[in-house]
Design a binder for this molecule. Structure first.
Ligand code: AMP
Ligand code: MG
Length: 343
């Protein structure tokens, strides 16, 4: 955030370096459709194109979201992911292509983040009250004992998952959770199909993760406000969503205070099996692919400001990490690639 000579704070503006010039489609209207999916909301905005009506757009969105839920949801007992999770030990479970692609990306993320991102943390997510069964708000929920935690951790580990020609290997008790990456993938595939339909100027958003292409009829990009952390008094930075995606993970978004008053985040540090306790309030990542923006924002949330920033730098990721300092004051750190986006 910059201060002017008069002492006012100016809004930070992030613009991708590589603008793709395309003539503005003057005279066309901007359309918008929205709905609900995956326990959250979706919206699509697009610049009108002859031959593509709102019904065609809704049809594409419904089809792509259905594919993601049907293959990757931990909340739909009949999804391909749930079928894998409940498969007998030592079996190959056939998996559809989209799920395979997301699992491959998840495995690469685990490798790149030293296990901070781990799709096999599903049982730990459930243990701390964030799974599809017995949530932290329900009667009978209690945080796990040390014994239970140790036993559950023994079933986890991304290295236990193998992908082969016959599908995914279920070694026994491996429970995958793709909630930290599937939404971003859903944004990507919806965006890709809408562009294939002939839309040039399009912005797709699911639960705050979004990706934009092209420009609006006046030649302006899709300007999107980047969620400020709670309590922030500074104006929200805005990003030109021009052939880029952005995702935010936030500790404050989902969590609860346990009986001792301690905040339990829905982000688990798979390396110790417990909710993160590193002061991170939110992480925002800008990336060409929403799937990777989504996954990286979760990974950096686990890693925290120091290691997270170092890894972001190493991978030339545009990332902003907001974390509380020793006095509980939120401070932001940004990677060089993020600062490159600032004009
Ligand atoms: P996100 O909001 O994208 O950061 O995703 C958070 C969700 O991903 C949580 O609600 C869990 O279901 C799951 N999750 C929690 N911790 C991890 C982790 N370390 N790696 C992968 N997924 C996780
Ligand atoms: Mg994520």
């Amino acid at each position: 955030m910059k201060a002017t000579a008069a002492g006012h704070t100016m809004r930070a503006v992030l613009v991708p370096r590589h603008l793709r010039a395309a003539p503005p489609t003057r005279g066309q209207a901007v359309h918008r459709q929205h709905g609900q999916t995956m326990g959250t909301t979706w919206s699509v905005s697009w610049v009108g194109v002859a031959g593509v009506d709102a019904a065609a757009v809704r049809h594409v969105v419904a089809r792509e979201l259905h594919i993601v839920v049907d293959q990757m949801s931990t909340w739909e007992p009949t999804s391909s992911l749930c079928t894998y999770n409940s498969a007998p030990a030592c079996t190959w479970v056939p998996i559809p292509d989209a799920l395979r692609g997301v699992l491959q990306a998840a495995q690469q993320m685990s490798q790149a983040s030293g296990g901070a991102f781990d799709a096999s943390a599903g049982p730990l997510v459930a243990l701390w009250g964030f799974g599809a069964q017995r949530g932290h708000g329900e009667a009978g929920f209690a945080p796990p004992s040390e014994d239970t935690l140790a036993r559950t951790r023994a079933c986890c580990g991304w290295q236990r998952l193998r992908l082969g020609a016959d599908g995914a290997w279920q070694p026994g008790g491996l429970q995958l959770d793709l909630s930290a990456i599937a939404k971003g993938h859903a944004v990507d595939r919806t965006c890709d199909r809408l562009r294939a339909l002939g839309l040039h100027g399009v912005l797709v958003e699911i639960g705050g993760e979004l990706r934009g292409h092209g420009t609006k009829p006046d030649g302006q990009p899709w300007w999107v406000a980047i969620e400020p952390p709670p309590g922030s008094t500074e104006p929200a930075p805005v990003l030109a969503a021009h052939h880029v995606a952005v995702a935010t993970s936030g500790d404050y978004r989902r969590g609860y205070r346990d009986t001792s008053g301690r905040w339990r985040s829905h982000t688990i540090d798979p390396r110790c099996g417990r909710p993160i306790h590193n002061g991170v309030v939110s992480v925002t990542v800008v990336h060409a692919l929403c799937m990777l923006a989504d996954a990286w924002s979760t990974a950096l949330t686990v890693l925290g400001p120091e290691s997270g920033l170092a890894l972001a730098q190493q991978h030339q990721l545009a990332a902003r990490i907001v974390a509380q300092d020793r006095h509980g004051v939120p401070r932001e750190v940004t990677s060089p690639a993020w600062r490159d986006l600032l004009d």
